[in-house]
Design a protein around this ligand. Structure first.
Ligand code: FES
Length: 137
């Protein structure tokens, strides 16, 4: 296993990250409050660079009715499709097979049942007088 010098301690501030290539592979190192973790900078889904992703935490709670974020900055969201990865372990808990978007009731209705729109085009009276169409303005 080859070793690569990435940076000096202090070059990557707590909360910061550094993306680089080592052995031809893209890698990103994160500093989480003085602990360093490295991930392959390539999402296992379709290869987007995780170093371009937004970082957040895990949704939790401090008690009934008291939501909060825990482990702030330790979860990275892929910039392409939003899968999230734990920076400490690389683990994703995203489960595309069980992810669903909210659904709404829909039906087929006749035109008479739908709500009238707020706009109305101005209309004019039309009549036929012998062979002539007559519009009254
Ligand atoms: S490429 Fe990362 S979630 Fe799709």
């Amino acid at each position: 296993m080859a070793k690569y010098v990435v940076a000096k301690v202090g070059d990557i501030a707590p909360g910061a990250q550094l993306a680089f290539k080592a052995g031809g592979r893209p890698i990103v190192v994160y500093n989480l409050d003085g602990e360093y973790f490295a991930l392959l900078d390539k999402c296992p889904h379709q290869g987007a660079p995780l170093s371009s992703g937004v970082r957040s935490g895990l949704a939790g709670h401090d008690g009934p009715g008291r939501p909060c974020m825990k482990r702030q900055g330790e979860i990275v969201m892929c910039p392409n499709h939003g899968w999230e990865f734990d920076i400490r372990t690389g683990q994703s808990w995203f489960d595309p097979a069980n992810t669903k978007v909210k659904t709404y009731f829909s039906e087929v209705a006749s035109g008479n049942e739908v709500v009238k729109g707020p706009y109305k085009a101005e209309t004019f009276e039309v009549s036929v007088d012998d062979n002539y169409i007559v519009v009254s303005v």
